[in-house]
Design a protein around this ligand. Structure first.
Ligand code: ATP
Ligand code: MG
Length: 351
């Protein structure tokens, strides 16, 4: 990672609704935010995690980089999605990291539902397993064709992709750097974007559960379009609390809340899976991020339904902000910038 230290790195989060870029630099007292920008994408360019119209995505990335006056090239990106990313906790015989590196393909093969030659594999040793002479390992398999799809648009945008991460790990990375890890506590990091929910549950800072669901705040938009006969653009405005001629705000609130209930039901199902898979019970705290966190009453409703305190993730908590960065802009984009921040921190933070 030496290459990125002096110049800094871009964390680039290519979401289906927003592309976010942040440039971070490793400085003496910590990490410094140099540049940040968020651009909207029309909804038809990236669908179900697939880049449908790559020329226009490239155009959007180029525009974003030039608007933000970002000059560095090294970039960290993330992939998400259940059809292209497999994350599993497995136990293997005790061995060194080197030995596991040599045998990971063999160990992972039975857990990955794709041809092992079609995925890039990565792993992290968690520590001794309950069973004697075994250790717990998280394996991450990402489909090569999905990586190529994203890496190509990044390259075509004139950037140099140096890290390909996974959304849920970017979230955990940001959490680790910005929050004090509480031993024993179960913390659920939940990012609800336009079309995806990424969940990562940590116990004492260690990964215990990850889950992806293909739904998100598009449910709010679609409900507004259907029930209030609003256009897509008007629905997006209404979500942000802006008024639209002929639409009553009380009607908006009730449509939003009922879509929120559906999204929360999905989150609740994920918690059921978590309980089934881990014997762990309580979630001590939910740390919410993604654009959905800004939808009126979503966070309090989530807290009420799950029965757990919900905090909105603060991606700039422990970050030095360069003078040129507009503080008001930061506030506005904060919940949608978390994945990009986690990515950039990976780039400068790996020592
Ligand atoms: N005030 C707001 N500002 C920005 N987005 C908002 C706001 N309120 C609600 N949203 C919604 O949040 C969603 C965008 O969030 P985000 O940028 O996290 O998604 P994304 O990363 O592009 O999507 P995904 O990761 O699911 O592909 C959109 O559905 C948008 O309408
Ligand atoms: Mg996203």
């Amino acid at each position: 990672m030496l290459l990125s230290r002096s110049k800094g790195i871009i964390g680039l989060d290519i979401g289906s609704r927003h592309i976010k870029a942040v440039q971070l630099k490793d400085v003496k007292d910590g990490y410094q935010l140099e540049r940040i920008s968020v651009a909207s994408l029309p909804p038809e360019l990236i669908v179900d995690g697939s880049i449908i119209d790559s020329p226009r995505v490239v155009e959007a990335i180029k525009g974003l980089i030039s608007d933000a006056a970002i000059k560095v090239k090294d970039t960290a990106i993330a992939i998400s999605g259940h059809s292209s990313v497999i994350i599993k906790k497995i136990s293997v015989s005790q061995m060194t990291e080197e030995e596991l590196n040599d045998s990971i393909k063999f160990e992972a093969e039975q857990y990955v539902p794709f041809d092992i030659e079609d995925v890039n594999l990565d792993f992290q040793i968690l520590g001794a397993a309950e069973e004697q002479n075994k250790m717990d390992v998280i394996i991450v398999a990402v489909k090569k064709d999905k990586i190529n799809e994203y890496v190509s648009v990044v390259k075509e945008s004139g950037l140099n992709p140096v890290i390909v991460d996974v959304d849920v790990f970017a979230l955990a990375n940001l959490y680790e750097i910005s929050y004090e890890v509480k031993p024993q506590e179960n913390i659920a990091l939940i990012n609800v974007g336009a079309s995806t929910i990424n969940m990562h549950i940590l116990n004492g800072g260690m990964s215990v559960f990850t889950r992806y669901s293909p739904v998100g705040s598009n449910m709010h938009t679609e409900a507004l379009q259907k029930q209030l006969a609003a256009s897509y653009n008007d629905a997006e405005k209404l979500k942000r609390g802006e008024s639209v001629e002929g639409v009553h705000m009380e009607d908006v609130a009730s449509v939003l809340n009922s879509a929120s209930e559906d999204i929360i039901a999905e989150i609740s199902r994920s918690f059921d899976y978590y309980r089934g898979a881990t014997n762990e019970k309580d979630i001590n705290e939910i740390i919410l991020s993604g654009g959905c966190a800004m939808v009126k009453d979503f966070a309090p409703l989530l807290a009420e339904r799950i029965g757990t305190e919900v905090k909105i993730m603060e991606p700039f908590k422990n970050i030095i902000i360069t003078e040129g960065v507009d503080k008001n802009y930061l506030k506005k984009v904060s919940p949608v910038a978390v994945v990009a921040m986690g990515l950039a921190l990976r780039g400068v933070g790996d020592r």
